[in-house]
Design a protein around this ligand. Structure first.
Ligand code: ATP
Ligand code: MG
Ligand code: MG
Length: 533
């Protein structure tokens, strides 16, 4: 049913558009400015850009602004910024609202052709009738009567406001999208671009095919949830004798434990469950970027499953694993020690006075640069490590060398917990022969305290079903805070920089002055919802 050459052959990337001529393809990404872009929108935008570039054609970004109830200029601005962040560059930016005059003319035309009627049936009855295939009492009104009623809609008269314009297609068609869909409705709210000029607005179903056709779109990419509406799309183009546009369906992006709907995300914002649209727990472009996802990883991931028609629930882990491959070779490496239950450690044979040495920030990539590491005879190590030591055991202090455990002092009250340690430096020792590579920090005034944040999924059900109420599935605790000491170099990191804390994981700087870092999932079951209840 889909107009592609062959979806089953070869890698997804090689799948082409039907009837695509080099230099003549025009695609479009049509966001409604009713919220911030999420990862699903990113997929739609990237696929549109991919095909426009593949055929050396053109990408239109069209603000689909036909519903003043939901839309705001604020959202339009954020969408533009997010597209730039994603590396999406429109060859042309358009607005459905720029075509309101023309769309109105097309509405008159479709009425005049006897292919639409103005219905004053109330919404609930209309919905029932569409379900049951019952014809409306207004279906056979004359063209004159319809034009008169449509004028009342335009003026927003008391009667006009009870009406909507419906395409006269087929009330008994098994495809319910063809059962006389609403194509114009009244709305008295001010439109963020056209103000109070209009009291009636085209629906997406009517505006989309017309605007696609008149803006020169050759291939309209749509998520396959619209598949049933393809016939309606073509019907409208035929009815108005407009140039045909190819529709190319692709699968909607869905992730486990994730809501991808602007309306539902708005609910989390309104309930103050999240800090805003850029919350690191959000699947918005801003949220995932803030959590440390690179645009490169997102792009690779999206193009990898590009043309898939399967409406599967995707796992975040695969995306984060891809991201890890990208950041690992370039993320500078630093040291952190969780600050609860820290173990003060004396280094026998260590330096009399602390000294600094310049060492590479990344062992395998000298391009990452160098950092200053302080060496001293008093160091701090983590309780988790200290607990495992045995007297006489040889371990390796990372970036320093081997040492032998000489003394382990425990708390009398709680012998499970190590209070202090003594290690004898043994720099001749072979670090390849030790099992334990230990992170440590010199106990000097220069170490800094940082806050480490990690997150769980906002909801604790993999996939919400239609009848489910989001409220019943909100995860109780989704933010986890820990404090740690970090090496002094961390002080100079800027917001948005990605690092690795050795043996802990990848982090992105969220607040530079207060030194807050967010854990970047690495795909190794680091997302916690499996534990969530
Ligand atoms: P939402 O319900 O989140 O508001 P929408 O489809 O109503 O989504 P639009 O702004 O109208 O939002 O969508 C713009 C484009 O993004 C459309 O082409 C739409 O099909 C596509 N899109 C939206 N959500 C997804 C998704 N989860 N996966 C892939 N594409 C999506
Ligand atoms: Mg939409
Ligand atoms: Mg939607």
């Amino acid at each position: 049913t889909n107009e592609t050459k062959s979806r089953s052959e070869g890698p997804n990337m090689n799948i082409g558009l039907v009837d695509a001529k080099i230099g003549q393809v025009v695609t479009r990404f049509p966001p409604e400015p009713s919220g911030y872009l999420h990862i699903g929108h990113a997929k739609a935008a990237m696929l549109n850009q991919y095909f426009a570039q593949l055929y050396q054609g053109k990408l239109i970004v069209r603000f689909d602004d036909t519903n003043p109830t939901k839309e705001k200029a604020e959202f339009e601005e954020s969408i533009k910024e997010d597209l730039t962040l994603l590396g999406i560059h429109a060859d042309q930016i358009t607005y459905t609202s720029d075509h309101f005059d023309e769309l109105y003319e097309y509405a008159l035309k479709i009425i005049t052709k006897g292919l639409a009627y103005v219905d004053d049936t109330d919404v609930a009855t209309m919905r029932e009738q569409r379900m049951d295939g019952i014809v409306s009492k207004s279906r056979d009104l004359s063209v004159e009567e319809n034009l008169k009623r449509f004028q009342e809609m335009k003026e927003g008269t008391e009667f006009g406001l009870t009406c909507c314009l419906r395409a006269k297609i087929d009330m008994s068609n098994p495809n319910k999208a063809l059962r006389d869909p609403v194509i114009y409705r009244c709305n008295l709210l001010e439109h963020h671009r056209t103000g109070n000029k209009w009291k009636l607005y085209p629906t997406y179903d009517f505006a989309c095919p017309i605007v696609d056709s008149i803006e020169g779109v050759t291939h309209a990419l749509r998520t396959n949830e619209y598949h049933d509406r393809n016939a309606q799309y073509y019907w409208i183009l035929d009815a108005l004798e407009l140039r045909k546009v190819h529709i190319w369906d692709f699968s909607r992006m869905n992730f486990i434990y994730t809501l991808l709907s602007k309306r539902k995300l708005q609910w989390f914002v309104d309930q103050k469950i999240v800090s805003g649209w850029d919350d690191p727990r959000f699947p918005t472009v801003r949220g995932i970027r803030r959590r440390g996802l690179t645009v490169e990883a997102l792009k690779q991931y999206i193009l990898m499953q590009g043309a898939s028609q399967n409406d599967v629930m995707l796992e975040w882990d695969k995306l984060w694993a891809l991201n890890k491959k990208i950041i690992d070779p370039i993320a500078p490496r630093h040291t952190s020690i969780l600050s609860d239950n820290i173990v003060k450690t004396k280094i026998l044979g260590g330096p009399e006075k602390p000294y600094e040495k310049e060492i590479p920030k990344h062992k395998k990539n000298p391009d990452v640069g160098t950092k200053h590491t302080t060496f001293a005879s008093n160091i701090l190590i983590e309780q988790e490590d200290a607990k495992t030591f045995e007297i006489g055991e040889e371990i390796t202090l990372m970036d320093w060398g081997n040492a032998i455990v000489k003394a382990i002092n425990k708390f009398e009250e709680n012998p499970e917990i190590v209070k202090t340690l003594e290690l004898q430096l043994h720099l001749e020792g072979d670090f390849k022969k030790t099992k334990k590579k230990i992170t440590w920090l010199a106990e000097t005034a220069s170490i800094i305290e940082v806050t480490l944040l990690d997150y769980d999924y906002l909801i604790n059900k993999k996939k919400l079903e239609d009848g489910d109420d989001v409220k019943d599935y909100v995860t109780k605790t989704t933010e986890f805070r820990a404090t740690a000491f970090a090496d002094a170099n961390v002080r100079h990191l800027k917001k948005g920089e990605t690092i690795q804390f050795e043996r802990r994981g990848y982090y992105i700087v969220d607040v530079e002055a207060a030194t807050t870092l967010i854990r970047i999932p690495d795909g190794k079951a680091t997302m916690m919802a499996s534990k969530a209840t």
